[in-house]
Write a protein that binds this ligand. Sequence first.
Ligand code: BGC
Length: 697
Amino acid sequence: MAADIKKIVSGMTLEEKASLLGGDDFWHTKAVERLGIPRFMMSDGPHGLRKQDDKADHLGINESIKAVCFPAACATTSSFDRDLIYHMGDVIGKECQAENLSVVLGPAVCIKRSPLCGRNFEYMSEDPYLAGEMAASFINGVQKHHIGTSIKHYAANNQESARMSVSAEVSERALREIYLPAFETAVKKSQPKTIMCSYNKINGVYSAENEWLLTKVLRDDWGFEGFVVTDWGAVNDRVKGVAAGLDLEMPGNTAGNDAAVVKAVREGLLPESKVDECVERILRVFYDYAENREEQVFDRAADHEIAARIEEECAVLLENRGILPLNPEKSVLYIGEYAEKPRYQGGGSSHINSFRVDSALSESIKAGRKVDYIKAFPMDRDELIEEDLKKAVETAGNYDAVVVFAGLPDIIESEGYDRKDMLLPASQIRLIGELLQAVPEKLVVVLSNGAPVELPFSGKVSAILEMYLGGEGVGQATDRILFGEVNPSGHLAETWPLKLSDNPSYLNFPGDARKVKYAEDIWVGYRYYDKKEIPVRYAFGHGLSYTAFEISNLRTDRDSFTDGETIKVFADVKNTGSRTGKEVVQLYVAPENASDRPDKELRGFAKTELQPGETKTVEFEIDARALSYFAEDLGDWFAPTGAYKLLAGDSSDRISACCRVQFAAKKMLPLHLDVDTTMGELMTDPRTAPVIQKMMA
Ligand code: BGC
């Protein structure tokens, strides 16, 4: 870095330093003109730029510049493709350079604890390994251009209800195993330049003033080097925040809090060195950007095409009884307004003012398909147009295939509130039911939604294609997948329960305005459904293809290992069908016979393209951490000595290869001896067993 940041800070008055810890306006930091420090601009994010020139707000209400809306994280994570999301980050990084934005606010990685969370469409997964890997790749793509990212919302912001006041009551084990690792992986693999702390409290302490979270875990345990910014308006007490490890308060209008920092330093309540550290961290990020400006053009038309290509890799084929892909020569009836006006993004701060939006209908017409269209229901309401319904039911039989474009209206999924249920609008269920009577063997459902919905018709329709919220190119992607120009390869990044009440958080979501108990602890998503043997609609990792694959021959390069070592794991994957396609090989790990551990946990994934008949070998690497749980009494990760299963498959419920590995622990759990310690414990622990044996003898 050309600028000597320490020198700049040493030349600043306390007032100037404190002023840099709070924003200037909605999107800018403050300037210090005397020292030539300019203002810097940040912007939402993360699946495109929401740059607001004026009339700023953080709810996505006022207009921002025209930008390209990429698929939301619910979709991109389903790609299970690190390179793809890196590429998306790379494109967004270039767009930021073109628009003079130094930080893009994302990615968002809070765990999908309940399907109802209003922002699940923005979040990546119910699985922390998958979310962490994908987030790190995205961040690396963006930050390659010296643009900062702000991974959010740190932490445990798993609902929108009472998000400003609620305290997530959660064990350290669940935090460390489920809610924090996505942030941890991102910090360790990609050093996000900033991290955004959440509005909520964790175990009674606001994230913005939680020293354990912002300093102990983030900086001391993980080695985070960037700055911590509040979510917009998430400051409660700035002085407490700075003491805890908070750097920047956003948005602007912070003069009162800046003055409070000055006063606290003058009164000896806050060391000035803490303020210096914050300013240094903030300036390091912004100067890195300022010193590495790139000549970039925001080529919206080109990026639009990229957004469409990305979505093609994200869509998940949930069901197919042989009807897809559709024959381009045959006649098809599209039903539902989403065919014409797609639902492709969610509401709130991530809302993009899209440059262009492709619909499936216009793209299919453009491609010369023989499609007709009946609206039947509006995109924004739960309502049927009765005469359209009648016409659809009467004419459906004349077509070779009928495709219903179903989904959730905009109003249902947004930042700021949670869904009340997991239902599709009743009008759509009725429409699909009536069409099933008319054309039981040629009905396809295309879904546009940001989170799972109950699907009472899933076993009856001929195919279901989940597009999620696929960005502005979703129409192209839908057309090309339906007609077989693209072979779908997305896999679910979340379990789809049969019904809401099956979800482990059901009895404790969303709590009241003060507290929400994470009573299910580590048993989130497939970890819970697996262990409890609860049938689900679609398992985590599920996704079909127009070809077929076989995963076999799972093996390791060594039979045993210990702390500090790694082993390599290999699996063969063959395309046994007749089309080129991409398979996602998923590697799960679990100890043999441990009732307090999940039956399996994702510890690796690899996406690979295969020609018909082709076989490839994919490779993973695991270490002790992959076998570990977080032992609260040790305050560390711990993998007990013993045998572990390695499982490979293309879904968490379709495991087709298995092998075993032995682990020999070097670490030991602390030994607590008191009057309740049993003889059995003393006789089995290697630290006490010899003494006891001697005594017994
Ligand atoms: C959201 C953040 C967003 C910020 C700025 C907040 O309300 O929670 O995700 O980045 O506003 O728009």
